[in-house]
Design a protein around this ligand. Sequence first.
Ligand SMILES: Nc1ncnc2c1ncn2[C@@H]1O[C@H](COP(=O)(O)OP(=O)(O)OP(=O)(O)O)[C@@H](O)[C@H]1O
Ligand SMILES: [Mg+2]
Length: 334
Amino acid sequence: MASLTRELGIDLGTTFTVITEGQEIRLHEPTTVAILLDEWKMIEWGQAAKNMFGRVPEDIEVINPIQHGVIAEYEITENLLRYLVQKICGPMVLFRPKLMITVPCNITSVESRAVHEAGIGAGSREVYLIQQPLAAALGIDLPISPPSGNMVICLGGGTNQAAVLAMNSIISSKMDRTGGQKMDGDIISYVRKHYGVILGQATAELVKMHIGAAVKEEDDLSLEVQGQDQVSGLPKSVTVTTEDVVEALQDSLRDIIKMVKQVMEKTPPELVSDIMDRGVALCGGGTQLRGIDRYLTHQLGIPAYLVDNPTTCTAEGASRALTMLDELKRAIKQ
Ligand SMILES: Nc1ncnc2c1ncn2[C@@H]1O[C@H](COP(=O)(O)OP(=O)(O)OP(=O)(O)O)[C@@H](O)[C@H]1O
Ligand SMILES: [Mg+2]
């Protein structure tokens, strides 16, 4: 008889939450909530809450309860999780679901305990935690069981992570509390310095996604966007080019290279040699930056390749991990 217990994989990201059930993606929405401040009550969540950002009256606040991959607002995170789990599973009177929640690698035990408790508080019977690079590797079908090395780089909204995996475990890894949001900030600083115009965060992200690149491209695109004049405070439009964005992102890109090199230094030479042969898989929304695969390949001297499901592979891998609890028992925390 099939199990009556529902099993969900949850990738609780800084910018997006993805929930999977088996092989199905059940939810993919911004990790954003709108709160009624007087009652500390959630009145909107996901894309609808994100759309309210910067446009709400004083008694409402739009919050991202996850910052840099970890819980920044515990109560809101627990409430959001409970709401999402119930939305997918129903009121679950009889059978409380089993959850596999992803966490960044190298967070503190206090940070991971908070995620576990939020899962229990959300109504789960059993909560497992899996580190994101491991989940991502499972979600893209990397052969991580044999004793040979594989590497993934995960570029998210609030974290960058790199890890070497073998024998269903993480051998060496690093997590930097930075990511796509920092890049948006880089673009804001650049445009302010070079054009005297202050862009909003959402506009900067739009610029990055539409015309951004990691390396100079032959077709230098441009985009006209609205900002605020630095001196007068009045609205002012500015045309930003791909070349501007490439220049703005150089420091953040260099930090990714530094992180990967530090992981390589901690990795046994046999595994490094496997990775040279197999290449490095690029996961996370940040890997959709144009040319990032070419940039990393050139800078690292190892082939870096894009995957088909960069934004959902971590959640897909979390669901898959629920079917491999025995094989993964050394890597998974309960
Ligand atoms: N085309 C693009 N170019 C560059 N960055 C992009 C592009 N599309 C999305 N992103 C960035 O990807 C990030 C979101 O990625 P993802 O959903 O993997 O993050 P997350 O899982 O929420 O965060 P984290 O894993 O750090 O907690 C955002 O910062 C977004 O701006
Ligand atoms: Mg993520």
